[in-house]
Design a binder for this molecule. Structure first.
Ligand code: M6R
Length: 591
């Protein structure tokens, strides 16, 4: 972990599938189902579990909800204390019971759950078909499962090892050998019908965490499935395997080296992962914004109140002063936060900033100047493309800093330094409080760099004062929730929306459009308001509302002119504006 002092909060990662594995003294079934319920928020289309019993594996799978799985499994006596479960988001093969995980090898020896994509699964499948293995699903995971079974069948039992030792069993060797032949990404948990005391996890590109409880272990793709059982966790790194027996665990690399596993403590309250009185996590997290903003600022202003300070950048003021260009890279909502960073840093610190989609940056071999500082922003700290971009920048020798919410996440560990958001767990798939916390941190960075350069003491003090008011402002907006909801209802049947703003409100417009698409399944586009006349204006009609974001300042009159253009074409206008922005009464339909 490279950010200076780790502190609380862990949460979801950006894979839709969820994994839980359990080994302990109590029955596995309730732990496996409870774990899946805690991962439900990631979205999925089928669910399943497998518990090892004396007869082999007891497997229950279903399409649809975890509640259906719980009903089916509840109706059966499943008594084992070792098992795995999974929520699947279909990638290879449609949504069906056969394609749901866990998969069991055709010889009945291995059960496996898997997140990620096995790219060479067709070759593996062909190879195994030639060896007599059969397939009952269309998934890449089943190929992996059968390949473990193949290596397991070939592997001689080590002398004096009954499979329960921690020094490396035949099952463990089979998993390790299998992974050497696999191309793609995986987070897996495997169990073996012959091995009542063993569970094996491995990761490459998909997060996997081991929870270390009293007399029990839980492996999960997300800490929220672990937190109710233990706060002691080990974050696996890419290319690591964990071999868990009933009383021990051992982490190794795929190259067989032992790894000194560090047990971290999750400083995350169980209530943070509960809904409380809210109907869903997105709403809970929207209302959590004032607290998230407070946390982003806590302890991060200088004693004289004129600048920001960040403990984890791991760069001296001298080094920071040498930076003459900054590259921000991220995906999705976090990419929009990067755009806000660009506006703020260029305006207040006068450092040229470039923003790249991480998915593009990692492949396009952009020429970078030697004094460029690379920032990645990622709420989860696990987004593959963002991680890929970070690694590419590091490979080229650039100093990399991360802004992330999840302590101990891969991005936090692999960057040279960074800033934790401390926004608290963001469980809803749609980024809300993490976004506003990211843009506050980006703005604080603008202040920090600005004060190192030309920004005056009094301008710095004014900016700090303004930042300190943001939680209160957000609370005031949240007090209008009923009014906002009433406006939303009026427009709920519309099929297309435009979102528009200027300068730093342009990324906000992009983010508004993204949220509407993602959450409401309504088509929306974000534009810089002035670009409207270069094409999108053709869409304006009574059936296509425009959402404008307007603040006071040099462009406010221009935004008003844009609104007038929309009104002239009978387009409905919803205006989100600051109090100080002077807009003629009645110009917008809703404000
Ligand atoms: O965890 P990250 O910030 O790296 O996630 C990046 C995007 O996938 C994410 O921001 C996504 O766009 C949001 N969930 C949308 O609401």
């Amino acid at each position: 972990m490279s950010f200076s002092r780790p502190s609380p909060y862990h949460r979801r990662f950006l894979l839709m599938c969820g994994i839980v594995g359990f080994i302990g003294k109590r029955a596995a079934k309730p732990v496996l189902i409870d774990g899946l319920k805690r991962l439900e928020y990631r979205g999925y289309d089928s669910a399943g579990l497998a518990v090892r019993t004396d007869r082999g594996f007891d497997v229950v799978k279903t399409t649809g909800r975890v509640a259906s799985l719980a009903r089916l499994a509840g109706a059966r006596e499943i008594a084992g204390t070792l098992g795995i479960s999974h929520t699947r988001w279909a990638t290879h093969g449609g949504v069906s019971e056969a394609n749901a995980h866990p998969h069991v090898s055709s010889d009945g020896k291995i059960a496996l759950v898997h997140n990620g994509v096995i790219e060479n699964y067709a070759d593996i499948r062909r190879f195994l078909t030639g060896k007599g293995y059969t397939f009952s699903s269309e998934t890449d995971t089943e190929a992996l499962c059968n390949l473990i079974a193949y290596h397991y069948a070939k592997e001689p039992e080590p002398a004096g090892n009954n499979g329960s030792g921690n020094g490396g069993s035949r099952f463990f060797t089979a998993v390790r050998k299998t992974l050497r032949h696999v191309e793609g990404t995986y987070g897996i948990v495997a169990i073996c019908a012959d091995c009542p005391d063993e569970m094996i996890g491995a990761r490459k590109g998909s997060p996997l965490i081991l929870g270390v409880g009293k007399d029990e272990f839980i492996i999960a793709s997300d800490v929220s499935a672990i937190v109710t059982h233990t706060s002691n966790v080990v974050y696996l790194n890419d290319d690591e395997l964990v071999h868990v027996t009933r009383d021990r665990f051992r982490v190794t690399t795929s190259g067989e080296d032992g790894v000194e596993a560090k047990i971290d403590t999750i400083n995350w309250k169980v209530e943070d992962a509960e809904l409380g009185d809210f109907p869903h996590f997105m709403l809970k997290e929207i209302f959590d914004q004032p607290r998230a903003l407070e946390n982003a600022m806590r302890g991060r202003f200088s004693d004289d109140g004129s600048t920001a300070k960040f403990g984890g950048l791991n760069m001296t003021p001298f080094e920071l002063r040498q930076v003459d260009r900054i590259l921000f890279t991220a995906c999705g909502t976090a990419w929009h936060a990067c755009l806000v960073a660009e506006y703020m840093i260029e305006r207040f610190a006068r450092i040229p900033v470039e923003v790249e989609y991480a998915s593009e940056f990692r492949y396009r071999n952009a020429p970078l100047d030697k004094n460029t500082l690379v920032f990645v922003i990622s709420q989860s700290g696990e987004t593959i493309d963002t991680l890929g971009a970070l690694r590419e920048a590091k490979r080229k020798g650039f100093r990399t800093l991360g802004i992330t919410n999840v302590v101990g996440s891969t991005i936090a560990r692999e960057s040279d330094g960074g800033i934790y958001q401390h926004a608290g767990p963001e469980i809803g798939v749609a980024s809300t409080k993490a976004f506003t916390s990211q843009i506050l941190i980006a703005s604080m960075l603008a202040l920090y760099f600005g004060r190192m350069r030309d920004m005056s003491f009094s301008d710095g003090v004014a900016m700090v004062q303004a930042f300190k008011k943001t939680p209160e402002y957000v609370s005031r907006i949240l007090e209008s929730a009923d009014q906002i909801q009433a406006i939303a209802r009026q427009y709920a049947q519309m099929k297309d929306f435009l979102f528009m703003g200027r300068l730093s409100m342009f990324p906000i417009a992009l983010e508004g459009a993204l949220k509407l698409k993602e959450i409401s399944y309504i088509h929306a586009e974000g534009y810089p308001a002035a670009e409207m006349k270069h094409g999108p204006i053709a869409l304006i009609s009574p059936e296509c509302p425009s959402v404008f974001f307007a603040t006071s300042g040099e462009t406010s009159q221009k935004v008003i002119a844009n609104i007038q253009e929309v009104k002239a074409r009978k387009g409905p206008v919803i205006l989100v504006r600051s109090e100080a922005c002077d807009v003629p009464d009645g110009l917008a339909d809703d404000t």
